[in-house]
Design a binder for this molecule. Structure first.
Ligand SMILES: Cc1ncc(COP(=O)(O)O)c(C=O)c1O
Length: 366
């Protein structure tokens, strides 16, 4: 019986050939691969400008800095995300304000509204697990209060809302970390229609260079550059993204049809949105009589990998506990969520094994 891993990269001979080509070209940084990757990302997301970076963390940090955010400002975000979202905000010196989630596991627009103050400078929703947030509500809120909404789309490349790409809803940041739907090992990008955001991010990622003036620097910058090797992998991955997303969505649709939602409840997904299933989540209900960690152990025994994204809400993480924020819904989700294997390497037979294993557990507990 083969073990079904919870994540598996989709890399092959095309990526290998692309990397070799870059190695042989002798140009390893700031060349045509990065430019082509940026063009590809801009057209995929429907944004005017793309700035590739060394990570999603760098992309989010740069975007917030481009808006002039710093000490004394407040940024509202979700506590149910990878900690990098919060860290990117913290590094600007701004104060993080955590708003609780709703049944989609994404930031609740109603909760955000109660937390807006005169010092709020940005709202950072996260399309968690690839499931788009309620961007219409969040954007309306932002517009009403004159606050930019920056999408952390690190897990949601290729997602759409009402048939529209995420670029329609403003600036987004992406991560191309090893397990992401589209990967180049490490990497990130800022996608925006705002030419000042793009100009700032492009300059600061490369030590605040001044275009056309070699070795002149007009601010204190960073090295947040993506390499040609990484971009070459990204360019191949872009050609495969549709097939990758389709495979993930097919696996997810099978789980939706066959997993008993009395024992394993799924986050709410709006039917008009294209969830890209970076993760497929079930929540182990109290009425199932099952414990989340026992379910994971039993799956492991049955040769099925799983994970928890995320086992601790950021409100409860050591660096952020002193904020004394309370988000009970996020904290409850951290205790009952499981991520199941949904990647394109999951076969029809694997899907059946996963569904049967869960059904067996639910029956035994009933
Ligand atoms: C929601 C979210 N935000 C931010 C990041 C940070 O991206 P990176 O790991 O590329 O810095 C990630 C990915 O790891 C993520 O999943």
């Amino acid at each position: 019986m083969t073990y079904i891993p919870v994540a598996a990269m989709q890399l092959g001979p095309d990526e290998e050939a692309a990397v070799l080509e870059v190695l042989r070209s002798g140009r390893l940084a700031q060349g045509p691969q990065v430019e082509a990757f940026e063009d590809g990302l801009a057209s995929l997301t429907g944004s005017r400008f793309a700035v590739a970076t060394s990570s999603g963390t760098a992309a989010l940090f740069l975007t917030l800095k481009s808006l002039g955010i710093g000490p004394g400002d407040e940024v509202i975000t979700t506590p149910m995300t990878f900690i990098a979202t919060a860290n990117s905000i913290a590094h600007t010196g701004a104060t993080i304000v955590f708003a609780d989630i709703d049944d989609s596991l994404n930031l609740s627009p109603a909760m955000v509204e109660t937390l807006i103050t005169g010092r709020t400078r940005a709202i950072v929703p996260v399309h968690l697990h690839g499931n788009p947030c309620d961007m219409s509500a969040l954007r309306a809120l932002g517009e009403r209060h004159g606050i930019p909404v920056i999408q952390d789309a690190c897990q949601a490349i290729g997602a759409t809302i009402d048939g529209r790409s995420l670029g329609t809803f403003g600036t987004q940041v992406y991560s191309f970390y090893a397990t992401k739907n589209l990967t180049c090992g490490e990497g990130g990008a800022v996608l925006t229609d705002d030419d000042e955001v793009a100009r700032y991010c492009r300059s600061i990622r490369h030590q605040a260079y001044v275009p056309g003036k070699p070795y002149l620097h007009d601010a204190v910058g960073h090295n947040f550059r993506l390499t040609e090797l990484q971009a070459a992998i990204g360019n191949v991955q872009l050609t495969k993204l549709d097939a990758i997303t389709t495979a993930r969505r097919e696996n997810a649709a099978y789980f939706d049809r066959h997993i008993d939602d009395r024992s394993f409840v799924r986050p709410v997904v709006r039917p008009t949105d294209r969830h890209v299933y970076h993760q497929y989540i079930v929540r182990v209900t109290e009425s199932s009589g099952l414990g989340r960690d026992d379910v994971r152990d039993a799956l492991h025994e049955a040769g099925i990998g799983s994970a928890v994204h995320y086992p601790v809400a950021i409100t409860q993480q050591p660096p952020y506990r002193s904020l004394e924020a309370s988000c009970p819904l996020a904290e409850a989700a951290a205790d009952d969520m499981i991520s199941l294997p949904v990647h394109p390497g999951v076969t029809a037979a694997d899907r059946e094994r996963i569904v049967d294993a869960l059904a067996g557990l639910a029956q035994a507990a009933a």
